[in-house]
Each structure stands twice: as C-alpha cells, then as structure tokens.
Design a binder for this molecule. Structure first.
Ligand code: FE
Ligand code: ZN
Length: 520
C-alpha cells in the first residue's frame, strides 16, 4: 500500500500571494490606460506595482470569519447594554452631547471612507493595493453600521440624534468634517490615500479614538467603548496601509517626492483643523476627564509625529506645513471652539454649558499658561450673565474659512487676543481664511475651493429655508426658519443643558448614579 503523502501547507505569506496576487489580467480590447485612467493623472510614477507590500495580508474568507466573530461579540454587548438600561449608568447627562457630536460628525465619515476606498479598489492598476483598499472599504462600512447601531440605543432616550444624516449634509459645524472628506473623495486616488490613510488614519486617528474611547470608558459608556475597540483593531491595519503607501510612492520614483510633500502639508493642516472639534469634546464635553487635548497632542502628535517625520526624512520628507502653529495651538483651540459653540448654542443640535468651578480648576491646571489668563474670565462672565437670566447667545452669522469651513475663531499665532484673518483674491472675488495654512491650500487649487458649500453663504443666499417660507413677511425670524429647515426641534435639541428635556429626564430616571463607582 502506498504511503499517503500530505501536501505541504502553504505558509501565510505564500497562501496570501496565491489567493490575492495574479488576480489581475492585461486588458485586450481596450488600452490599459483607458481602463485605469485615474492612477496616472496626479503625476505619481509607479514602476513596479508588485513592490507594494500589502499590510493587510488577508484573504477574503479569513476576513469575514474574523470580522464575523468580532461583530457577534460586539452585538452581544450592545444587546446586554440595551437590556440593562446601560444609558442610565453614564456619568452625567452632559456626556451624551459628546456622543451626539460623534454620531453627527464622525460616523458619516466612516461611510465616506467606505465609498472612497471602494472607488480606489476599482481604480488602482496594481492588484495588491486594490485588494487592500477593498478590505478597508468593507471595514469602513462595518464601522458606520456598528456605530449607528450602538448609538441608536441612545437615540431612543435622548434628543439631538434623530436626524444625524440630514444634519451632516446641512448644518454649519458639520460641514467641517464633511468638507474634509469630500475634498479627499474628489481628489485623485493617491491623494485620497495620503489624506485618509496617512494624514487621518496614521498621523491623527489616535487623537480621535484613544482619548474618546477612554473618555467613554471613564464616563460609563460601555456601548461606545465596545464599538471603539472593535473599530480600533481595524485601525491598526489602516494605519499600516497609510504608512506603506507613503513609502511605496516615495520609493518608486524621486519625482513623487514634491507631490507627496504637498499633499502631506495640505492634509496635515486640514486634519489638524478638523481635530478642533475633538479638542473641544475632550476638554469640555467629557464630564469625567481623561487627559487634556494638550496632553493628547503632546503624546500622539508631538512625540509620535516627530519620530515619524524623523523616519521619513530619509526620503526627503519634511515636517508638514503649519506644524509649529499647530503645536502652539494646543494651548488654545479647545477653549476657542467651546466659546464659539456656547455662543451659537441656539443653532447646534447638542447642548452647551459653562463648566463648573471644579472643572475650570482642572482646565487651569492643565493649561497653566493660557486658561486663567484668556479663557476663564470669559466663561465666568457667561455664568454670571446666565445667573441674571441674560444668557448670551450669538445671533449673527459668522464668517467662515473657505477651506476648512470653521468660523473665524482662531487667533493669530503668538497673539491670542487677536482673531486671525487672511484673504485671497481669485477672479475678482475675495475669499477669507482662518490661517496661513488654509489660505495656502486654497491658492494651490482655487478652482476647487471656490465651489465650497459654505453653510453661512447658503443661508444668506436663501437656500436653507423650507420651500413655503417667505422671508419678506414682517417679523420674519431667519434663525428659526433655518433651524426648521435643519429639522432641529427647537428647545429640545439645542440651547443649554440646564433645564433641557434631556437633563430633566435623566434626573427623573435616577440616572447617573453610576452604582459601580461606589465599589471602586
Ligand atoms: Fe473607520
Ligand atoms: Zn481654515
């Protein structure tokens, strides 16, 4: 009898190669460039697509098996959370507003990332990169779904979450994240990778996920912690894709260097501006604080970023434009952003407040050079006015930066008492910017940014009223008409946390006692 020979199993790397490479074919009845028109027009030169080493090293069957297991556990936690009324265990009703900002402004970005990577999965002519982009596209769709499912539980009990997608498309502060991703989605495929995989996922994502997820844990929000960790385990693959792509472009041809540097400059600055919302969330919207924005910036950007750019120096890459200004901003941006949201608390779909005295003490300790000097007196002034029944609301429309779409709220580098304005002329029109960074980005691609959908301009042009609205009637209240168009429930979704329906319900339910805490 013959001895049965067992075929030697392929190693992980060979198995991956067998399953994912060689899937491509040469075109026959159409020229190759006509089938893949997109990966050349940005000027990036690739000589050897096989040199790209895919950090995912995943086969489709392994991907679905692994993610399916992960998702099963996640939904079990979300289920348990719902059945035990987990929402009652969060630290403080104010915490919910951080979640509102997350579902309004971050979750839709997952869907944009899904679309973007799916597009890239079609457009690159190298099959290794195509496969990696397709996996990430599936990841991002899963993130959108798990976040939506996790937060939909809160939507049953709290205001400010019911129309998140409509708000993302219309509301002023949400055009900041929206425009970031639309700028990336409408760029070429290599720029999209630099914007999303490198600048967002590799350089800045820890600033979003790590403090926010530990913030969720500190504030008793197990549901968010669970989807956060589930997404974070994909994030490490996404980050690797980001760095691999940058290295791949730089190794392929020296002519790629100036193009890549310009993209890194642009997308670092756009990403940094976008992080303003996170900075504010971290310092003002987490009732139990984990670390300050400044500490997070020092840890995840300054020290990790410096090491990263030191490493990339061997390719000729320099630290991105605006790095020093961003590092100076760590002392200011969260305070300046919260001040703006407090003032426009009537026009946002979450609640605002003045931090308590103990919270201001914390901020003062974390920001010894700036909080007492510039920001505490203003907050105390607001609190005083509110106590006299004269709560300050800003009812004028702010000027927006044409590039990042943030209201002009940032100050001059080196002069925190002076708002920073820049402008640029293009074809007889004047455009306004919050910073040198945003002005430089505009001036390189003015044809793109003159098309920006700026929420304030849209309001002033009459595009944010419902069709039956007549702005000429006497006593017309434009803000109320705009909020109606936004589908905000005035008095429920907006204004102060104090006296809100959310706060009253939370107290009536006896929530926020955090029973686990006494035992710690
Ligand atoms: Fe994601
Ligand atoms: Zn700007």
């Amino acid at each position: 009898m013959d001895t049965r020979t067992v075929k030697k199993k392929l190693g992980l790397k060979d198995r991956y190669a067998a399953m994912t490479r060689g899937l491509s074919w040469e075109t026959t009845y159409q020229p190759h460039d006509a089938v893949f028109p997109m990966d050349r027009y940005e000027g990036i030169k690739i000589h050897d697509w096989d040199a790209f080493s895919d950090p995912f090293r995943l086969t489709v069957d392994a991907y679905w098996k692994y993610q399916g297991e992960k998702e099963k556990k996640l939904y079990a936690v979300i289920d348990a959370f719902a059945q035990t009324n987990g929402q009652l265990g969060v630290s403080d009703v104010r915490y919910l507003n951080a979640l509102k900002l997350f579902i309004q402004g971050v979750t839709p970005l997952e869907y944009y990332a899904h679309r973007g990577f799916s597009h890239l999965g079609r457009q690159f002519s190298g099959d290794g990169l195509r496969v990696a982009c397709q996996f990430q596209s599936a990841d991002e769709l899963r993130h959108f779904q798990t976040e939506t499912h996790a937060i939909s539980h809160y939507n049953k009990y709290f205001n400010g979450m019911h129309s998140a997608n409509h708000w993302f498309d219309n509301v002023w502060y949400l055009s900041v994240p929206k425009s970031y991703f639309e700028d990336a989605l409408t760029a070429g495929p290599f720029e999209f990778l630099t914007a999303v995989s490198f600048s967002f996922e590799y350089v800045l994502t820890n600033l979003l996920f790590v403090p926010f997820m530990s913030g969720a844990a500190h504030n008793g929000d197990l549901s968010t912690v669970t989807f956060g960790f589930s997404a974070q385990s994909d994030e490490s693959r996404h980050m690797t894709l980001g760095i691999e792509c940058i290295k791949f472009m730089l190794e392929q041809d020296p002519a790629n260097l100036p193009i890549v540097q310009r993209w890194i400059d642009k997308w670092f600055w756009r990403g940094y501006r976008l992080m303003t919302l996170v900075a504010m969330m971290q310092d003002y919207m987490l009732p139990k604080r984990v670390m300050s924005w400044k500490e997070a910036w020092e840890l995840y950007a300054e020290s990790a970023g410096t090491a990263l750019f030191d490493d990339l120096a061997r390719f000729g890459i320099k630290k991105p434009m605006g790095w020093e200004v961003a590092c100076e901003g760590k002392d200011h941006i969260s305070h300046q952003a919260w001040n703006t949201f407090y003032g426009y608390g009537g026009a946002a779909a979450f609640h605002t407040w003045v931090p308590g005295a103990d919270e201001m003490d914390w901020l003062q300790k974390k920001y010894p050079d700036t909080f007492l000097k510039y920001y505490r007196p203003r907050l105390e002034h607001y609190a005083e006015r509110a106590a006299q029944g004269k709560r300050f609301y800003n009812t004028t429309l702010p000027m927006l930066c044409t590039t990042c779409q943030i209201p002009m709220l940032f100050t001059e580098p080196g002069n925190p008492r002076w708002i920073c304005y820049r402008e640029s002329e293009h074809e007889g029109e004047t455009y306004h910017f919050c910073s040198d960074g945003c002005k430089t980005i505009f001036e390189h691609e003015p044809q793109k940014y003159i098309q920006s959908w700026l929420p304030v301009h849209q309001i002033l042009q009459g595009h944010c009223f419902k069709p039956d609205v007549d702005p000429t009637v006497p006593g017309f209240d434009p803000l109320a008409a705009v909020l109606d168009y936004y589908q905000m429930n005035i008095g429920r979704d907006n204004f102060d946390i104090e006296g809100s329906q959310d706060a009253r319900n939370f107290a009536d339910w006896g929530a926020g006692q955090n029973p686990a805490e006494g035992q710690l």
